[in-house]
Design a protein around this ligand. Structure first.
Ligand SMILES: NC(=O)c1ccc[n+]([C@@H]2O[C@H](COP(=O)([O-])OP(=O)(O)OC[C@H]3O[C@@H](n4cnc5c(N)ncnc54)[C@H](OP(=O)(O)O)[C@@H]3O)[C@@H](O)[C@H]2O)c1
Length: 266
């Protein structure tokens, strides 16, 4: 995720000389240097990278964040901003480890389409983050997608909707392709039609500003094929299934986050 964000930032024109990356291993550092000639990469050099940084992005796995913050804590100051990419990790876990500093901390929930600069990124911020901090972080993430701000207690719902959401949509595309194959379309044509149908429908929703139900209704002709297919989808509970999936995933994310915090505090 960190590498995807880095790629987006560079593509959006951010200066390579203003970015310092750290990795856990020489191997990963080598990959990054090869991919981005001129990039400063410091394997295990977290304290050195934090020294003098304006903005610190924590891109390690959630379980590794507390130890990482403990490691860099002595280098932090209140003019810096911390952004955590860690799923399920409350900002309070970081706030408790910054030596009592009143630092702006933001939490980001990006999704995998940041790889193609079409991510959906939700951000939340603590009480020390000013409007200027929020704007600065929003600008950064805009390099890799669409950005929204939510309250922290909504991050589990975000995880369930847009964090995991690409997996649901991949399943829809997969099923469209299978349907096309079943009806005799070639694999290549079924794939191109399926992916473009999802892409085009999403773009139509965004550009028209209309509720999807209205757009769906516009596709229906009386006695036509679309209404027959919609009847089948309703009979199998498509919308209800997706609502339940997001509800269940939100509860799971909430439970996981609570268990994580409990484990850290025990
Ligand atoms: N992947 C997603 O779709 C997604 C979505 C939303 C949020 N996130 C969040 O993004 C974070 C990263 O996930 P990921 O999937 O990108 O993990 P990942 O592929 O394992 O990447 C983690 C990176 O952190 C480096 N690292 C590990 N320990 C380090 C240390 N002590 N100091 C400096 N660098 C260190 C690793 O380098 P080495 O390989 O050299 O150890 C690696 O480059 C997680 O907190 C996750 O919750 C991910």
């Amino acid at each position: 995720m960190g590498a995807a964000l880095l790629g987006g930032l560079l593509k959006a024109g951010h200066e390579i000389g203003q970015i310092v990356c750290t990795t856990g291993s020489e191997e990963r550092a080598g990959i990054l240097r090869e991919r981005h000639p001129g990039l400063r990469v410091l394997p295990k050099g977290n304290c050195e990278a934090v020294r003098g940084a304006d903005l610190i992005v924590l891109g390690v796995k959630p379980y590794a964040v507390p130890k990482l913050v403990d490691e860099i804590a002595q280098e932090l100051n209140e003019s810096q901003v911390i952004i955590s990419l860690a799923a399920a990790l409350p900002m309070a876990v970081i706030e408790r480890r910054v030596n009592g500093l009143q630092m702006p901390v933001l939490r980001a929930m990006p999704n995998i389409p940041v790889l193609v600069e079409e991510g959906a990124i939700a951000l939340c911020a603590n009480e020390f983050a000013t409007l200027a901090h929020r704007d600065m972080v929003e600008q950064l993430f805009r390099a890799v997608g669409v950005v929204v701000f939510v309250e922290e207690d909504m991050m589990d719902a975000v995880t369930a909707l847009s964090g995991s959401g690409p997996a649901y949509v991949y399943m829809v595309i997969e099923a469209f392709i299978a349907g096309g194959l079943k009806m005799g379309l070639s694999r290549e044509i079924a794939t191109r039609l399926a992916e473009q149908t999802v892409l085009g429908a999403a773009k139509h929703v965004r550009q028209s500003g209309a509720h999807p139900a209205i757009l769906r209704d516009e596709v229906i002709t009386p006695g036509g094929t679309t209404i027959v297919a919609i009847h089948e989808l309703e009979r199998h509970g498509l919308r209800s299934m997706l609502i339940s999936a997001i509800e269940t995933a939100t509860k799971h994310a909430r439970d996981r986050s609570a268990a994580f915090v409990q484990k850290l505090e025990s």
